[in-house]
Design a binder for this molecule. Structure first.
Ligand SMILES: [Zn+2]
Length: 212
């Protein structure tokens, strides 16, 4: 069996969430030790919590919800590309120099962001690496169908809309909040399965990479 890398962050009440988004409530409401028949927990989270996928309707009113994303894009070979520490935001120039070649359909960018997950940092960081608008255009032109990033947004902080609009309008699936700290650059088999939430603008996903 090839090695499986779980690149999903664990959802706990301590997990940092996007400023203004709901926090995480995960608590046991029925307890065996208190006489209940079974342990049962209550979960209350925003749909963009932790490792998650964005749907087109997140930024494009009237567009598709998360349940309609194509499983044939969510599952398949994916390239993990490591971005040098000092590269800065993922502009078209940075991406062109990153070794991304023409026939890559799914790409996950491993940046210095992954260290925040590795350190289990409890605060939300605003200085994370994201993809700029011209970087997003570059990816669309390359024919990329799924792009993953190792913090909570594909776009740099305070610059959400242009990057999301370009990607989502082109039908590119945005996977956010993966922890790539334990994964080396290279090709893997990606399994990305967002919860099937009807009409939702996003959904948490369990995401694993299977060594090729
Ligand atoms: Zn999102």
């Amino acid at each position: 069996m090839n090695k499986i890398y779980d690149v999903t962050v664990t959802i706990t009440p301590e997990l940092p969430t996007w400023p203004g988004d709901p926090g995480v409530v995960l608590e046991r409401v029925n307890k065996i030790e208190e006489g209940a028949n079974a342990n049962v927990s209550h979960l209350d989270i925003g749909v963009h919590t932790g490792t998650h996928v964005d749907a087109p309707v997140h930024f494009l009113p009237g567009e598709k919800g998360i349940e309609s994303l194509d499983l044939e894009v969510l599952i398949g070979p994916a390239l993990v590309v490591e971005i040098p520490e000092d590269a800065g935001q993922l502009t078209a120039d940075v991406l062109a120099a990153s070794g991304l070649d023409g026939d890559v359909k799914r790409v996950l960018f491993k940046t210095r962001n992954s260290r925040y997950w590795q350190e289990q940092s409890k605060e939300f960081h605003t200085d994370f690496i994201g993809i700029t608008a011209d970087g997003a255009e570059f990816l669309v032109k390359q024919g990329v169908k799924l792009v993953g990033i190792d913090y909570l947004s594909v776009a740099p902080y305070k610059k959400s809309r242009p990057t999301h609009e370009i990607l989502l309008r082109a039908g590119v699936i945005a996977l956010e909040g993966v922890d790539l700290s334990q994964v080396s650059p290279g090709t893997y088999q990606l399994y990305c399965l967002p919860l099937k939430l009807g009409g939702s603008d996003g959904a948490p996903a369990r995401v694993v990479l299977l060594e090729a």
